[in-house]
Design a protein around this ligand. Structure first.
Ligand code: ACO
Length: 320
């Protein structure tokens, strides 16, 4: 049976940092950030952590689905910024929401993390391995930024989004995903180097670095292709789609995708203006915003698409 999204939730840090606040911290301007990216502000964690936001988003999604946590048999978290190397963020959520019957693990597909999580949940359901899943995207990217590098730190924000997914007679119609490791250098953050009694390396942690133009070119080519492939597989035309919910990296990428798909920009809701780019958190947070606004009606056809470091990408066509 396919997986259907039956509940959504999200959580953002309390602190809001506007472009004007960044002007006081570094050589940048509201005009530069807004015109290049569309971003006006972002939420930045002060007391919150990846796990605390993920747990809050998960609880809200469970409430919204109207299920009991012990019905959940699978928890998948897309994150590149977990609080701990282990246990996984997913296992910490399991403990916090009392989903004692779940198998829980994290995946790393960067900004495509939620789409990859959804793909795994769908595959588990189609094979009969799971019936009710919690799929989460959660990030505290602010700790992975070099706040002296204005070309990256202004782009990102913190937050978490979650969806409860259940096997049903309708739901995800088609999903495509892909990766291109050969272009991985476009967006990187190194982990600790080998360091032990036999070799000494720096223990300093690395920060995010990005070839912005390479990522831009990748996104505007690959995302429309992935969405078109998913729509073709589903036998659905772009005109039948109510909303295209894309990873919120940059308004210019979203406008370029809308143009290539020959679809009005109104069908591409955004929240990057107030959230920035939250990597794996971005798509489920946007989905929750749109759902909370009451814009989704049972039977609507929706497209979700994510793309990011790896390089990775994914697109899903689903019936709400
Ligand atoms: N404020 C002011 N000036 C800046 C800033 C800033 N925050 N950041 C960079 N600049 C300057 C640069 O130093 C450079 O100055 P120079 O010409 O004197 O050398 C100038 O602006 C242009 O820099 P570029 O990097 O060429 O700027 P570009 O026009 O390419 O825009 C951007 C950068 C917005 C990142 C663009 O490349 C882009 O949209 N890329 C898409 C990638 C993306 O959105 N990534 C998000 C994360 S990845 C993901 O989520 C998948």
């Amino acid at each position: 049976m396919p997986a259907r999204i039956i509940g959504t939730g999200s959580a953002l840090p309390e602190k809001v940092v506007a472009n004007q606040d960044l002007e006081k911290l570094m050589e940048t301007t509201d005009e530069w950030i807004r015109s290049r990216t569309g971003i006006e502000k972002r939420h930045i964690a002060v007391t919150e952590t990846t796990t605390s936001m993920a747990v809050e988003a998960a609880k809200r999604a469970i409430d919204s689905a109207g299920i009991s946590a012990d019905e959940i048999d699978l928890i998948i978290v897309g994150t590149v910024s977990g609080d701990m190397c282990f246990p996984s963020t997913a296992c910490q959520i399991q403990d916090a929401v009392l989903a004692k019957n779940a198998t829980a693990f994290d995946i790393n597909a960067a900004c495509a993390g939620f789409l990859f999580g959804l793909t795994i949940a769908d595959a588990y359901m189609k094979s009969g391995m799971a019936k009710t899943a919690l799929v989460v995207g959660a990030e505290t990217l602010s700790k992975m930024m070099d706040w002296n590098d204005r070309s990256t730190c202004v782009l990102f924000g913190d937050g978490a989004g979650a969806a409860v997914v259940r096997d049903d007679d309708a739901g995800i119609i088609s999903i495509v995903q892909g990766s291109d490791g050969a272009r991985g250098n476009a967006l990187t953050c190194r982990n600790r180097e080998v360091n032990n009694p036999f070799v000494k390396n720096s223990c300093e942690l690395d920060y995010t670095s990005m070839d912005g133009q390479a990522v831009y070119k990748f996104a505007v080519k690959t995302v429309p292709a992935a969405i078109t492939e998913a729509l073709d597989k589903a036998g659905i035309s772009p005109d039948q789609v109510k909303y295209f919910l894309l990873h919120q990296a940059n308004i210019r990428i979203i406008e370029a995708v809308a143009k290539k798909m020959k679809q009005p920009i109104e069908k591409f809701p955004t929240n990057l203006q107030e959230c920035g780019n939250i990597s794996a958190g971005s798509v489920p947070i946007l989905l929750d915003f749109v759902n909370q606004e009451g814009k989704l009606v049972k039977g609507d056809k929706i497209v979700l698409a994510g793309f990011g470091a790896g390089l990775t990408w994914g697109a899903a066509v689903l019936t709400w």
